[in-house]
Design a protein around this ligand. Structure first.
Ligand code: UDX
Length: 437
């Protein structure tokens, strides 16, 4: 295997995982970030995000001298053979991807890139961004490659080292092959294509996942109306290999830093191209509907009005295993509950205290018992496994009304029923059929 000198610009979720994993594959990696404090912490082996396996990989890379952290892109690219752009592409005006960070890096490094190096775009960017980046760099000797990432927060290291596929796109075949070779040791199926197709893969994948979840959430609502059980239904459809069991859990709506942003961005470019992607728009509308439906369930459970009712929230992050609150459906549901006058208190194992951006009406505690104290209803919004292990007997003594709205179908309803709780799930039959074979 060729060992390459790699620069990674941006040391957030994607950049840090990419840098640490590439170093673990034997490459020599310099990760850059604009945040001096973050660089200092990372250089000392301190990983500022909750990501299983990442602290070990960072420590190993630092100890082996294969991983380094520096401030600013300019300091990283000097002798790089491959430069990864892993900067944020947040949702900008009207839902379009905001490419200002990509543009700023291009402006900073264009004159510093070594002759013949390859620039790789890992951020999710609209189709055509590789071509635009090449234009901004103005370096005919530097190829721009699109190599989208498919990392899930909470399992990013595992996803990087055991990928379903590697996608590499460039209009110059040799540059694409050079980037694909970085991952050779992983033995994953590799799609070599042009830059526009690689960029499209990322949007097509994330939007498909969003659609799949909205579909499941709609099926869950139908199950409630027809007395069916969504867990049996999804198991039944999931055995069809064309559908698969993954990504079939109903919930309070999908969120996070990628699916909502990418769905909006694709719809935005569709609108600009005069293409009516009503299927995708419907997935987004179904997601909004799902969040409102969760609020209706809570309202219903407390007797028809949320005004002045104490509601305890279990889970604030957009999914379990992360401390990330970006576009968290839990926070959207919280804001909707607050808008109807609910008095909210929340607990999340990954979020010890309130952070800026949360609704002011939400008090955050690090004690799940405080969430239960005097609550008219408890609402599970994130699927943290530890919620199953709470002392539900003790919680039952503290609440004002023994009802749990379990928007993740996480809890063992039988255990809770034994201590007097009523459990209202998503798409669940009220009582499970007792017949066993
Ligand atoms: C997603 C993509 O999965 C990943 O490939 C891409 O690189 C980045 O975006 P991530 O944002 O980490 O990853 O979250 P993901 O695990 O996909 O979950 C997204 C949302 O869907 C979360 O709110 C999650 O709770 C929800 N979800 C997921 C469900 O409601 N049910 C499921 O079965 C799966």
């Amino acid at each position: 295997m060729f060992v390459r000198r790699i620069a990674v610009i941006g040391s957030g979720y994607v950049g840090l995982t990419t840098g640490a994993c590439l170093a673990s594959l034997g490459h020599r990696v310099v990760c850059a970030d604009v945040d001096e404090r973050k660089v200092a912490r990372l250089s000392g082996g301190e990983v500022p995000i909750l990501e299983p396996g990442l602290p070990d990989l960072v420590a190993q890379g630092l100890a082996a001298g294969r991983l380094k952290f520096v401030v600013g892109a300019a300091a990283a690219v000097a002798d790089a053979e491959v430069v990864f752009l892993c900067v944020p592409t947040p949702m900008g005006a009207g839902g379009a991807a905001d490419l200002s960070a990509v543009e700023a890096v291009a402006a900073e490094v264009h004159a510093l890139l070594p002759a013949g190096c390859v620039v790789v775009n890992k951020s999710t960017v609209p189709v055509g961004t590789a071509a635009r980046t090449a234009q901004l760099l103005g370096r005919p000797d530097v190829a721009v490659v699109s190599n989208p990432e498919f990392l899930r927060e909470g399992s990013a290291v595992e996803d990087f080292l055991n990928p379903d596929r590697i996608v590499v796109g460039c209009d110059a075949q040799d540059a694409a092959e050079r980037v694909a070779a970085l991952y050779a040791r992983l033995g994953a199926p590799t799609v070599l294509t042009d830059a526009a197709s690689a960029e499209m893969v990322k949007y097509a994948a994330n939007c498909f996942l969003a659609m799949k979840l909205s579909y499941v959430n709609a099926i869950a609502e139908l199950c409630e109306r027809f007395g069916a059980d969504v867990l049996d239904v999804t198991e039944g459809i999931g055995y069809d290999r064309r559908i698969g069991q993954a990504f079939l859990q109903p919930g309070p709506g999908w969120g996070g830093s990628c699916l909502p942003k990418d769905t909006h961005a694709l719809l935005q470019v569709c609108a600009a191209a005069d293409f009516d992607f009503s299927l995708l728009q419907a997935s987004l509308d179904t997601n909004t509907h799902q969040q409102h439906r969760m609020v209706a369930k809570v309202r219903d459970a407390v007797g028809g009005s949320l005004a002045g009712q104490r509601i305890g929230l279990l889970g604030l992050t957009f999914k379990a295993g992360t401390d990330d609150l970006r576009d968290s459906p839990a926070l959207t549901v919280a804001a909707l509950l607050a808008a109807e006058g609910a008095d909210l208190i929340g607990y999340d194992p990954g979020v010890p205290a309130a952070v800026p951006g949360m609704t002011d009406d939400l008090q955050v505690t690090d004690d799940p018992l405080k969430v239960a104290s005097g609550a008219a209803a408890l609402v599970v919004l994130t699927e943290w496994p530890e919620f199953r292990l709470l002392d539900w007997g003790q919680l039952a003594e503290l609440v004002q009304r023994r009802v749990v709205i379990d928007t993740r179908n996480l809890l063992d309803a039988d255990v809770l029923r034994r201590v007097g709780f009523e459990v209202r799930g998503i798409g669940r039959r009220a009582t499970r059929a007792l017949t066993t074979f």
